[in-house]
Design a protein around this ligand. Sequence first.
Ligand code: UD1
Length: 358
Amino acid sequence: MKKIVSLVGARPQFIKEAVVGAEARGRNAWKHVLVHSGQHYDANMSDVFFSELDIRRPDHFLGTGSGTHAAQTADVLVKFEALLLDEKPDMVLVYGDTNTTVAGALAAAKLKIPVAHVEAGIRQRPKDMPEEINRVLADHISARLFCCSSLAAENLAREGISSGVWVAGDVMYDLYLKMRRRFTPDETRERFGLEKDGYLLATVHRDFNTDDPKSLGGVLEGLVRARAKSGLDVVLPLHPRTRKRIDEFGLAHLAASLRTVEPLGYLDLMSLTQQCAAVITDSGGYQKEAYYAGRRAVVVMPDTGWRELTDCGWNVLCAPEAADLERALAAIAEPCAYPENLFGDGTAGKRIVESLAV
Ligand code: UD1
């Protein structure tokens, strides 16, 4: 039986592994070795996803933790290479666009172990954003590339990558469909003391929004103004990086009028999303999850890898400035038909596992 090592390290990867790992186990498709890099390590950034999404305990923890890009990537690279030499898998599976992704793909490719990349072909500006660097590099050294849409496959074709490319759909959509019977919108909203359709849900964690006081201040000021203008509550689950920067830049007075909460697990975030008025986010995954929940999102980014959602006007891009957030919120209040089935039909995990099993 084939042996496949799957490497995860951050929220979006836990979510994708939950689908692919379960599908592979259910079909006894291959011997599945699960490795956690430790890029995310706080209980509410990691453990919560394993327990909620029934992901089995990883076989190996690399214990990498936080660091500069080079330090973090290099640590995963060195430790993962040693593990691969020991495990000798037939293939390595990586997800998305984090430092864990690029380190895992590079370690495997240099050992001539074929790499499968789930969520391949996403492209966005600025080209120097860490996630863009990671995904471009991972795609170019992968043997199997699983895309969420035909647009992603076209992006790859433009860069000369056509062999090994499969349009499988989005495993995050599979997970959404699988988990939705466990969402508890009323109970969760009441636990947070919120009214139905009476709140905006916001998440901010990207380096270009959080590491610059002007940008982070602009986003927070925009949220404060949105609250004042609309009378809606603004719920802001705080990524540890954002919390740190708010303190460092002296922006706590702005955050004070928002409903800041600890980072949310999958079930709480998805349950709250069901009844929010709108989403404001710079997360790649959450802008899609909002769409799956039938909610529109302001995407605080200069560009998005999920153009299918902005081209039709469902989601709207926005600069990290209060006035622009106001404009974008007005834009998503305009009617827009729900764009159906942009990222597959909920069988991406099955397609990926069937393709890798042969
Ligand atoms: C990373 C990914 C990003 C993904 C996001 C999901 C990269 C370059 N970026 O961004 O693509 O969207 O994960 O959340 O890989 N920290 C903690 N506890 C933790 C984890 C992080 O306190 O459990 C703090 C540390 O101060 C750390 C900072 O958050 O330095 C940033 O974490 P890091 O993993 O480097 O990047 P993210 O912003 O989480």
